[in-house]
Unconditional design. Structure first.
Length: 309
């Protein structure tokens, strides 16, 4: 059977014929193929990393920076005691107005952090008063006050929405953060193929929960060209055009969505995640862009894989 294009004003979906009401959500639901989950539960214990002072600390998909309320500051990680901010009344603590900024390469869920030490400098019977602000990209989800030692569930504070970062800013009392936990359900599978501007980059975001926003963001591709978002519920790693096609995008396992790139070489695909996708189901995504500067006329982004929690 030949592929039949279904065209809208923003993109073209290549698939087997489907009822007009089917849409992308129904197509994704129809192309499920169960595979072992790759969602990763991450636990970082700052008390086992040694003593380090640095502008930014990197732990895989997580990066941590600091500020002292006036100017950029360094993170101070003290063996056996966790992390704080250089400056203030104590280098190893997060003192009043100082903040630690936690940022993730992709949206994460199940975020919580542990406070090992929390002083009570103002004598109000509460310890470690802080303000937590969470973000999805550049958008703030608001600020929530919290206090005391022990675990602080950031995801619960903000309704369980997948976030890309959060800040912990001390009020008056100092505190020291010793652990963080989170779950990432996006994996970078690699296999980018350079074009005119080098290898394009694809980032997946979203909790992959029915009705919540999910997106794929391409950058670094050839400007004002055409890119194909390949979507597959399996991985084939097929050699093509000097690179590797990662998703099994051919029906009935997947689909192709065509979109133009912007004048800066970007393209975004965004929609609410479809219902009825069972836990553990995985989808692989990759972008291929028409590009005369690529070895055989096409550049390719890295592939990413999202796992439904």
């Amino acid at each position: 059977m030949a592929l039949v294009p279904s065209v809208s004003s923003s993109h073209t979906i290549m698939s087997y014929p489907a009822p007009p009401s089917a849409g992308l959500a129904a197509l994704l639901s129809a192309f499920l193929l169960a595979q072992p989950a790759l969602a990763e539960d991450v636990h970082v214990d700052f008390k086992t990393q040694g003593t380090v002072t640095a502008p930014v600390l990197e732990f895989g998909v997580l990066s941590i920076s600091a500020d002292d309320g006036v100017a950029p500051a360094s993170v101070y990680m003290l063996n056996l005691n966790g992390i704080g901010v250089v400056g203030g009344s104590s280098d190893s603590m997060t003192d009043g107005s100082e903040a630690l900024h936690f940022r993730f390469d992709a949206a994460v869920t199940g975020v919580r952090y542990g406070v090992f030490v929390a002083n009570n400098l103002d004598g109000d019977a509460f310890v470690g008063e802080s303000f937590v602000e969470a973000f999805v990209g550049a958008t703030s989800l608001g600020v929530v006050p919290t206090h005391d030692t022990g675990w602080h569930d950031v995801s619960a504070m903000f309704g369980g929405v997948a976030i890309t970062g959060f800040d912990v800013r001390a009020d008056v009392d100092g505190n020291r953060i010793d652990q963080i936990e989170f779950t990432t359900n996006w994996d970078d599978l690699g296999h980018a193929l350079a074009g005119t501007h080098g290898p394009p980059a694809l980032v997946g975001a979203g909790a992959l929960v029915a009705g919540l926003p999910a997106s794929l963001e391409l950058s670094g591709a050839l400007e004002s060209s055409v890119t194909a978002f390949l979507v597959g519920a399996a991985i084939v790693d097929l050699p093509a055009f000097g690179g590797t096609v990662v998703p099994a995008f051919q029906p009935p396992l997947g689909l192709v969505i065509l979109k133009p790139t912007t004048s800066t070489g970007d393209a975004t695909l965004a929609a609410p995640w479809p219902p009825n996708t069972p836990s553990g189901a995985q989808f692989a995504f990759q972008c291929w862009t028409l590009d005369p500067g690529a070895p055989q006329g096409f550049s390719a982004s890295n592939a990413v894989q999202g796992t439904v929690p």
